[in-house]
Design a protein around this ligand. Structure first.
Ligand code: ARG
Length: 317
């Protein structure tokens, strides 16, 4: 069984390691969204937020609201229970609900959450509003000190293996190595540290979508050689979208809902083909306004390990 430690290179994992030895993780039935009422692009904290001349992108808020409504409607039509936090004035990025926290269940079943420490000062105040929501909904806020000068951006940089208690952690522009080193102990889970190499792929969730036990949607140039060697040990098959779709269409910011399909931005026909040919059902949505801020489908939501009536059944261990 993989130990509850950090792995940084593929050779550290025995080849042919059977993932079936790791505890099962159930997929989530509830999703948390944040309304886009105050969404805007007001400072450039990633390279996608400006145009070719370096001017801040201009958001059409009416269109952003429509696109958000369509995404929320689709998630609900796909059978998820949708919880909503209200956006706050002065916090234009709060709509990106994947970033402020990392919720999880302990092996013993308790609902817990790690709070983020955002890299950009502009985003730091978002965390407290999410924290209040978690406390109201019975989550224990885990004491997870982030050293001075370091940062941690929640599910932007921490992705689940599709079916097991195993995590992939992005180390790079937004989440510091020192924080990732502390994760296996804080979560009691094995964690694979994946170094991000390209500022355009500033969160792990912009370059990687674990699809099932065999396959991952990935933009390989975003990763270091060690990171790729780790991923190869876990996923025998890489699905690689056209480069342009990964860079501009946020193809690898898709949301995979196990057993239901993959939701992605409408600007990625090559990726849709790739996924459909691999047997995945796809759903396309327009996230043009959110892409102007450097985010798409995956960034706009947080999957929660609880069901609509409260805590879900304990995952089978
Ligand atoms: N403008 C936001 C930022 O730079 C976008 C966040 C997108 N979220 C994500 N999980 N990739 O922080």
């Amino acid at each position: 069984m993989l130990e509850e430690i950090l792995y940084s290179r593929g050779v550290e994992i025995p080849s042919g390691y059977p993932l079936s030895q790791l505890p099962v993780r159930e997929s989530e039935a509830t999703v948390l969204l944040c309304t886009p009422k105050y969404f805007d692009v007001s400072s450039a904290i990633n390279p996608h937020m400006v145009d070719d001349q370096g001017r801040l992108n201009v958001v059409d808020r009416v269109l952003a609201q429509k696109q958000w409504d369509s995404l929320a409607g689709l998630l609900s039509d796909l059978g998820l229970h949708v919880e909503v936090i209200e956006g706050e004035p002065g916090l234009p990025d709060m709509v990106f609900a994947a970033n402020q926290s990392f919720p999880f269940r302990r092996k013993t079943g308790e609902l817990c959450v790690l709070q983020s420490v955002m890299r950009a000062p502009e985003r730091r105040a978002e965390v407290e509003f999410y924290r209040a929501w978690y406390v109201d909904h019975g989550f224990e806020v885990v004491d997870f000190p982030v050293p001075q000068g370091a940062s941690f951006e929640g599910m932007g940089d921490l992705l689940w293996h599709p079916s097991r208690r195993l995590l992939f952690a992005g180390v790079g522009p937004r989440t510091s190595r020192v924080v990732v080193e502390a994760l296996p102990q804080a979560l009691s889970m094995p964690v694979l540290a994946l170094e991000l190499m390209d500022p355009k792929f500033y969160h792990l969730d912009t370059a990687l979508v674990p699809l099932d036990d065999e396959r991952v949607l990935i933009h390989p140039p975003a990763f270091s050689a060690d990171a790729l060697s780790l991923l190869e040990r876990i996923f025998p098959k890489f699905l690689i979208p056209p480069v342009e779709e990964a860079q501009r269409g946020f193809a690898c910011n898709a949301l995979c809902l196990p057993g239901k399909g993959v939701i992605l931005d409408q600007s990625c026909p090559g990726t849709v083909n790739l996924l459909e040919n691999a047997g995945f059902r796809t759903y396309v949505v327009d996230t043009s306004e959110f892409k102007k801020s450097g985010g798409s489908v995956f960034c706009l939501k947080m999957m929660l390990p609880m069901d609509e009536f409260g805590p879900a059944e304990n995952p089978s261990e």
